[in-house]
Design a protein around this ligand. Sequence first.
Ligand code: AMP
Ligand code: ZN
Length: 119
Amino acid sequence: MAGEPQADCLFCKIVKGEIPATVVRETATTLAFRDISPKAPTHVLVIPKAHYRDAASLATAEPTIAGDVLREAGEVAAQEGVDGSGYRIVLNTGEGAGQTVFHAHAHVLGGRGLEWPPG
Ligand code: AMP
Ligand code: ZN
């Protein structure tokens, strides 16, 4: 069923505590943890606890939770102290755009200069 945990999903396993993660924030609907392979001094992933394959699927099925993810991305940026200097929220969608984990997640990147347009 939509939103239900998937046995073969890495981020569902992190939500269940089956795989460790460095959690920086948690709410009833979201989890924020450090990316295992950081691409910037601050690189945190914010995920919905419910399983959806990408951000648009999440927003279609659960717009309130999609909003929670965005709000938490901002809270992470503030907590990490990168809100003043600027940060980027990235939602890779599809293999061609670099999505490797098919459980919706927002990258919060900051703490260094961020080029525009991104690669
Ligand atoms: P994406 O390529 O947009 O799907 O992002 C997936 C992200 O998950 C990558 O930046 C990975 O470095 C990160 N990642 C993969 N495994 C883990 C893990 N066990 N804990 C934290 N981050 C992870
Ligand atoms: Zn999942």
